[in-house]
Design a protein around this ligand. Structure first.
Ligand SMILES: [Zn+2]
Length: 203
């Protein structure tokens, strides 16, 4: 048993042995194809942990290639993987920024949908409490159109118009009511559409 010079614990001698690098072994003039083993004064636990190769800089890896501790192929493999990760990370960042920008562009339409949605929900609650069947029918039709449209905009990240058949369906349901807040989505959407197309024509 041998006592560690640092933690003062007793260990088997094998806990104090280290293998030298090829270069260091050669430096001692005793290299016969096998790396030299040396016995240190501090134990394995107290020795600074070797840094993983993947955390080393290109310069550090090159030094290890020169000292023949690792092969050129091994070092190149690490550098290649690192470059690939860096490229992938950068392209992910670019994609995310695009997504954010595209989402920001359709935000006015999505905001309009959520404002309309809230108003129609309120109206639906009131109509349900008062048993106004036709208003309920209109609100349900309109809500469905709003939600479908919002989903399409969110998925495609494009503001498109609503087909006239859909508008007619909503307006018919609305006209059947005695009194109900009219659908504002279509007219307000037209404003957003013309505003969003303005920069396109300026290009
Ligand atoms: Zn120790």
């Amino acid at each position: 048993m041998k006592q560690c010079g640092q933690c003062k614990t007793f260990y088997k001698p094998s806990e104090f042995r280290v293998k030298l690098s090829k270069l260091a072994s050669e430096g001692r003039g005793l290299y016969d194809g096998r790396r030299l083993t040396m016995e240190m004064s501090i134990c394995r636990q107290c020795r600074p942990k070797p840094r993983p190769y993947t955390a080393m800089t290109e310069r550090e890896l090159n030094t290890l290639v020169l000292s023949r501790d690792i092969t050129r192929e091994f070092a190149d493999g690490i550098l290649r993987t690192r470059a690939m990760h860096a490229r992938r990370k950068m392209s992910t960042a670019v994609t995310k920024r695009w997504e954010r920008e595209r989402l920001a562009r359709v935000k006015p339409a999505l905001d309009l949908c959520s404002v309309e949605r809230r108003a129609v929900k309120d109206q639906l609650r009131y109509a349900t409490e008062n048993g106004k069947e036709r208003v309920i029918a209109f609100c349900e039709t309109y809500l469905q159109v709003i939600d479908e449209y919002a989903k399409q905009v969110r998925d495609s990240k494009k503001i498109h118009d609503i087909p006239s058949a859909t508008r007619v369906r909503v307006f018919n349901a609305w006209h059947a009511c005695d009194k109900a807040r009219g659908p504002m989505l279509f007219s307000k959407l037209a404003d957003i559409l013309s505003a969003s197309q303005q920069p396109e024509s300026e290009k």
